[in-house]
Ligand binder design. Structure first.
Ligand SMILES: [Zn+2]
Length: 320
């Protein structure tokens, strides 16, 4: 019975990444692991950074996304948006250049037709080359959005990004931005949602998605979504709260404030692969007494797939 209910749902995961060490600098992973070691060892569990890194890297061996597609099928996730954060300007130990990463993502798009979309990321400090690569990603690679990672060291409203936003407006594609803290090797100063405000105001026909809005700067993200017609949020990262809050109250909070036309389901795969499968995470969110329990069917579909589908189909919200 439970399975039937699960099958009836149409789910799009608006926030994931290829599980492969090629696209992620080792320094980024080691920084994230340091936080896990602090948490786990405080519980009296003997663990070393080396062991935990090795364990995590064993889950990062799916460069063509075959394992991810299998997990999507099990979890009834119809489609996943793969995001390509560009760490390569700030962290110099990434195996691939950003252009090489784009090519690998294009291969995945072709290998699993219809199951993925890709949002390409660029650090704006690459200058003209970066802008050209991003435009090529939209015109030739079939990418459908821009992914920004401000903790790499730039504000989302920095002037250098405006040509990118102009391209996004022209091609009707959204911008998804990492919000909140991240690996301790990066700068948290640029992680605040209000730094998106100027960009969102100056580019009203571009849709901006605040990633991790259910767990990072939650009140600020909610405010931005309420008052900027072109600002949305995703719930990815809610898994970080499940250890102390298995009912996912964080998700319940953001779907209880009258903004379900702005909230999107996301998992941040493969970040939480040590904690569970895609099916586990879908089940937490869609459980009968789970965080979406008080929503009507229409609101549930908005959150689980329609909001992101709308942004991808029409590319337009307010300017339509
Ligand atoms: Zn992510």
């Amino acid at each position: 019975m439970e399975d039937q209910e699960c099958n009836a749902l149409d789910i799009v995961d608006c926030h994931a990444h290829i599980a492969s060490e090629e696209h992620t600098p080792m320094s980024f992973v080691e920084g994230s692991v340091a936080n896990m070691v602090a948490a786990v060892s405080a519980q009296g569990v003997p663990v070393t950074a080396k062991k935990l890194t090795a364990l995590f890297m064993s889950k990062m061996q799916d460069p063509l996304c075959d394992a991810l597609v299998a997990e999507m099928d099990e979890a009834n996730i119809r489609k996943t948006i793969l995001l390509v954060p560009d760490f390569t300007y700030t962290l110099k130990d990434c195996r691939l250049t950003i252009e090489e990463s784009y090519h690998k993502h294009r291969e995945v798009l072709h290998r699993h037709t219809g199951r993925f979309e890709v949002f390409g990321g660029i650090d704006p400090r690459w200058g003209k080359d970066g802008l050209e690569l991003f435009e090529r990603s939209l015109l030739d690679f079939g990418f459908r959005g821009l992914k920004l990672y401000p903790p790499c060291g730039y504000s989302p409203s920095d002037r250098s990004l405006f040509p990118y936003y102009e391209l996004c407006a022209y091609h009707h594609v959204p911008v998804l931005l990492h919000m909140g803290p991240t690996s301790p090797v990066l700068d948290f100063n640029f992680a605040s949602p209000f730094l998106v405000d100027e960009a969102a105001r100056l580019f009203p026909s571009v849709n901006f998605i605040l990633a991790h809005g259910a767990v990072s700067f939650v009140e600020e993200c909610i405010m931005m979504c309420r008052f900027r017609p072109n600002v949305y949020l995703d719930i990815s990262g809610f898994q970080a709260t499940l250890g102390y809050d298995p009912a996912a109250t964080a998700v319940k909070r953001v779907v209880s404030v009258g903004l379900n036309h702005k909230v999107m389901f996301g998992t941040d795969f493969p970040v939480f692969r040590l904690q569970g499968t895609q099916r586990d995470f879908v089940e937490v969110v869609t459980a009968e007494a789970g965080p979406l329990a008080d929503l009507n069917d229409r609101e549930k579909s908005l959150v689980l797939h329609q909001n992101i589908a709308r942004l991808l189909e029409t590319g337009v919200s307010v300017a339509a």
